[in-house]
Design a protein around this ligand. Structure first.
Ligand code: ADP
Length: 398
């Protein structure tokens, strides 16, 4: 089976053609600079082939056409005709309260994604453009929308309500939604499988990448998560501030004569470990400079580890204990130093890391000691596979 997984952003579009049963990726790539000029990077993992092409992409439609063309190209392609693609799965950022699971794309689904634009103003329009471009390029091909927010819809009101006047919840739907849900679902599901299918487990998932979020999972269901109405909330990230006193924003806006939009842009794009380190948003660069003695970089790493640790503590309290702690995404899967800093001092919770096992990178492994009360895992995430599996399952029922 071939599922085309699409992740459309405002000026970029990532794709993977994969088998949902094996997870094998036949081809993957990226369209960049959509609306400016257009550039396609296409890779075929089996042969290590990489093709880069400048192709005009005034809109997402031309980007999808370029993807279709290269997938069936006699030299660089991997399939003979578009008919070999069984279905398309789309990553969609915001599903509001409407989508608790993935759904087949039809007019009602598209309207619901459109209705969520005020909640996901940067991403949902791009996601819709990706869906509509596929409809034009492959008429009649089944498409499925997989929402970043869906996994978190099991949170109880005490976790998702904000303590602000109720009308903003009832009239405007302002509440905690949470993001990275496809990753949290994939990783917590895998953790349960690895723990002999024991669903009662109390799990804290740490998705630590360029964007970072944590979730508290019990009985396989999300109980709480660190991102909120938008992905700005929670722990500090590559360029996002994470949780912040609203008065900080008010102070800066007043001082600089800054609009709310500009201030939010600063908090989303110029803050986080980028701002604290003064060097980079990339954790590898920050670790390198910290090792050379740069104190700002050391503080950025210390702050990140501290805030993640605090969330682990609060989620353990919320869950009434902790059985498994799981690290995933770029930093979580690869940085043993960061994992060690986060776990340092959590012995009281029953977290005991094996320093040698913790040296591993990028593979599924237990990194706690055999006598650690909490089993600490590294589980590489695979959001594309989860999207492909959801798509295959929904399309299989048609
Ligand atoms: P995104 O949120 O863009 O999907 P990723 O999950 O790919 O992000 O994570 C990217 C982050 O992971 C970058 O900050 C990168 O520096 C970090 N990272 C990747 N490998 C390592 C490593 N070996 N050590 C520390 N950080 C790493």
């Amino acid at each position: 089976m071939n599922i085309l997984v699409i992740n459309a952003g405002s000026s970029s579009l990532k794709y993977q053609l994969m088998d949902p049963n094996t997870g094998d990726v036949t081809a993957k790539g990226l369209c960049e600079r959509i609306g400016l000029d257009g550039r396609l990077t296409h890779k075929v993992p089996a042969t290590d082939k990489k093709v880069e092409k400048d192709i005009p992409m005034p809109t997402h439609k031309e980007a999808i056409e370029a993807v279709m063309a290269i997938l069936v190209d006699p030299v660089d392609g991997v399939i003979k005709t578009v008919d070999e693609i069984d279905a398309v799965g789309h990553r969609v950022l915001h599903g509001g309260v409407k989508f608790v699971e993935s759904c087949l794309v039809d007019e009602a689904c598209k309207q619901a994604i459109r209705d969520c634009i005020p909640l996901g103003p940067l991403h949902n329009p791009a996601n819709l453009m990706g869906i509509e471009a596929c409809e034009k390029a492959m008429p009649g091909k089944p498409q499925v929308a997989v929402f970043d927010t869906a996994f978190h819809m099991t949170m109880p009101p005490k976790a998702y309500r904000y303590a602000i006047p109720t009308k903003y919840y009832t009239e405007d739907h302002l509440r905690r939604y949470g993001f990275h849900g496809t990753s949290h679902r994939f990783v917590s599901k895998r953790c349960i499988e690895l723990m002999d299918g024991n669903k009662d487990l109390k799990i804290v998932v740490c998705h630590l990448g360029n964007g970072s979020s944590l979730s508290a999972v019990k009985d396989g269901k999300c109980q709480d998560t660190s991102m909120g109405l938008s992905p700005l909330a929670g722990v500090p990230m590559g360029t996002r501030s994470g949780d912040i006193d609203a008065c900080v924003a008010q102070y800066i806006m007043n001082k600089e004569g800054m609009s709310a939009d500009d201030c939010l842009n600063m908090l989303n794009k110029k803050s986080g470990v980028l701002a604290l380190s003064g060097v980079s948003s990339d954790f590898r660069d920050i670790e390198t400079e910290a090792n050379k003695g740069n104190e700002d970089c050391a503080l950025a790493l210390e702050k990140f580890a501290y805030e993640v640790k605090k969330y682990i503590g609060s989620y353990s309290a919320a869950l009434g204990g902790l059985d498994c702690l799981v690290f995933t995404a770029g930093v979580g899967e690869n940085s043993g130093t960061m994992r060690a800093s986060i776990c340092e001092g959590l012995e009281y919770l029953g977290v005991k890391i094996d320093a040698e096992k913790n040296n591993m990178r990028g593979e599924e492994a237990i990194i706690s000691t055999p006598d650690s009360k909490v089993t600490v895992w590294v589980i590489p995430t695979n959001e594309e596979l989860m999207i492909a599996q959801d798509t295959a399952e929904i399309v299989g029922k048609l």
